[in-house]
Write a protein of this length. Structure first.
Length: 371
């Protein structure tokens, strides 16, 4: 069964109340057109081009220093681009001040006013826009209901947990019904369980309201879990844009293969579009020259096998609930990670045999002159 944004939203959002914010945000398209940002010591962004559809949830994913936060700040108007054009709803906003771009922003730091209640913090943006008091209060309470904090409207920030404070920040961002919602690593300061809960909450609300959303993160699991599409960034540019499935199953470059998902880097010989490793011939992704190379092998494509498999020694095995992830080394010292049933318990030093699935692999050249 195909699940659309609308069906997914209606499946998780209560429909008993006629929410004030429900259906208000339709989202608008966003575009970066050959954007450059240079602080004087070299470009942090170079030829940065990305189109985001109305109502789409797009994550900018990459390591620290790759330029993802700079791109978000340029979109927000907190930084002025050196060159190129930024468009929101088809309008060039490259030189438009932040307060005229109609954006909602949530940052890693909650930035709540300590002297205002939860309701007061949520009302703040509406008061700045001179929204009528009764309407503003209704919208603020509605936003708090959406983030699950309607019952805490009279509390102050110091009386809330970190996750609750970030929910207030999210309510404050969506209550103004912005055209675009910007999220700059809003979950990184939270503990693991709260991070997952709030991550899912953000996606739920985005689906419900249809707000175009740009999410900056260095956490691939977050990006894979919530995004319609992901732009993987490196050194100020975009390596690949695609759905989570496309990036994981068909990475366009070694950088994407290494950053998205977990892989083992295995020596191989490339010939005619196939890689041979440990006697197994598997197809390669993209164009790869013949010769020696390294390929990225996913843990789910390695399995425990009988005596005719590849001999290996267990280095470590981790219980992860419904499955185990085990690291083994082969006789030539190659490290392989594999996933297997949780009841197949392995210990350090155990001798096992493994086999490779004929799944396509990404290739990284071992030629020192290759980029």
């Amino acid at each position: 069964m195909t699940v659309t944004r609308e069906s997914a939203a209606s499946a998780v959002i209560p429909t008993e109340r006629n929410l004030v914010l429900a259906g208000r945000g339709e989202g608008v398209a966003v575009a970066f057109d050959r954007v450059v940002k240079d602080y004087g010591s070299g470009p942090v962004l170079h030829d940065f081009t990305l189109e985001i559809e109305a109502g789409e949830f797009v994550s900018l994913l990459g390591p620290s220093g790759c330029g993802k936060t700079t791109a978000l700040r340029v979109l927000a108007g907190l930084e002025t681009s050196t060159d190129g054009v930024v468009r929101i709803g088809g309008e060039d906003v490259s030189r438009v001040p932040t307060n005229r771009r109609d954006l909602g922003m949530v940052f890693q730091s909650y930035s709540l006013f300590p002297h205002l209640t939860v309701l007061g913090n949520t009302l703040f943006g509406l008061r700045m826009r001179r929204v009528a008091k009764a309407n503003a209060r209704a919208r603020a309470l509605d936003a708090l209901e959406l983030v699950g904090l309607g019952h805490l409207a009279d509390r102050y920030p110091h009386q809330l947990s970190g996750g609750q404070q970030q929910r207030v920040a999210l309510a404050r961002a969506i209550v103004t019904e912005p055209r675009v919602l910007l999220l700059d690593e809003p979950l990184s300061a939270l503990d693991a369980k709260v991070r997952v809960q709030l991550r899912d909450e953000i996606r739920r609300i985005q689906l419900r309201l249809g707000i175009t959303t740009v999410f900056v993160t260095h956490d691939q699991e977050e990006a894979l879990a919530v995004s319609d599409r992901i732009a993987v960034m490196d050194r100020g540019g975009i390596e690949q844009v695609g759905t989570p499935e496309e990036l994981y199953l068909r990475p366009a470059s070694p950088i994407v293969a290494a950053f998205v998902g977990l892989s083992s880097l295995v020596p191989a010989t490339i010939s005619g579009g196939f890689a041979e490793l440990f006697g197994t011939r598997v197809p390669v992704l993209g164009d790869a020259p013949d010769g020696s190379a390294e390929v990225f092998v996913r843990p789910e494509n390695v399995r425990l096998a009988g005596d005719d498999g590849i001999a290996a020694t267990v280095q470590e095995s981790t219980f992860l609930g419904s499955f185990r992830r085990t690291l083994v080394t082969t006789a030539d010292g190659t490290a392989l990670r594999l996933q297997h049933d949780a009841d197949e318990r392995l210990e350090f030093g155990d001798r096992v045999h493994v086999a490779l699935a004929p799944a396509p692999v990404a290739v990284r050249s071992t030629d020192p002159s290759a980029p």
